[in-house]
Design a protein around this ligand. Sequence first.
Ligand SMILES: Nc1nc2c(ncn2[C@@H]2O[C@H](COP(=O)(O)OP(=O)(O)O)[C@@H](O)[C@H]2O)c(=O)[nH]1
Ligand SMILES: [Mg+2]
Length: 302
Amino acid sequence: MSASGTPTVASGFVAVVGRPNAGKSTLVNALVGVKVAITSDTPQTTRHRLRAIIDLDDAQIVLVDTPGLHKPHDALGEEVNRSSVLAAADVDVIALCIDASASVGSGDRWVAERVAKGRTPVVLVLTKADAADEATIARQLVRARELVTPAAEVVLSAKTGYNLDAFIEAVLPHLPQGPRFFPRDMTTDQSLEVMLAELVREKVLRSTRDEVPHAVGVQLDDLVYEEKRDFHVVAATIYVERDSQKGIIIGKGGELIRAIGTEARVDMERLLGTGVHLDLRVKVKKDWRRDGAQIKRFGYGD
Ligand SMILES: Nc1nc2c(ncn2[C@@H]2O[C@H](COP(=O)(O)OP(=O)(O)O)[C@@H](O)[C@H]2O)c(=O)[nH]1
Ligand SMILES: [Mg+2]
């Protein structure tokens, strides 16, 4: 207890950083035990900084999931990078994620150089241990140590849950003592509207390829709760940059958009704990990724 009577616990912020696709968002979801961040094979799936909260009896760890740092190509990329840099600037620990199953490359080096510049302690996290054998993991550790001097190392798998406890143990000693930053039952600082829109974007990313995933932005238009039926009515618009992309997302006879809607609805029902009626439409907004105001409207970046 502090003098004011507020309980004092190990309480602080951990930025989860790494190149795109390193497994950051999957790790954050696994640690929090709730799907707070969308994930996919597409690099730059995560477009905004989000906080996710692990609340324990004697500690509260606030994870800051960041878009993967990368060399930017457009205004969206710049905005996304800026929010990652900001996130890593003012935290107690940096968790540097490196994929155990892929070779350490220039993307990892680029991020590690930025991380190594500061004084914040770095916990080296080798992710996707389930997808690499022991010899590979050992080799990856050696390579990763060439990039940073970590305060601790953890090899884990968010997919199987292996060593998630070890991550928490590695982070705790670096957190200051203080009051909790968030209420104990809060799992994320994202608005419900953003989370719902992101679920739609995740399904689009997972069902399209090439230039389409990068051209997609999703905006929530409506969220209404019907008390009598214990039912939510959700409406969202999927924006793309070209007519051809609109055609791809709608699919033959509307097949793909229906599948996207069904998958998103299932996740929304889990999130909201009620039945959901989901209304999806697709619109073309030319070159929105170069439009700073539109990027902000979608909630990407900060
Ligand atoms: N086998 C395996 N795949 C994983 C694991 N964690 C993430 N992935 C996959 O790696 C891809 C990128 O994950 P994501 O969390 O979106 O990466 P981010 O860009 O760093 O946030 C997705 O296809 C995930 O399913 C893991 O522990 N094991
Ligand atoms: Mg991510």
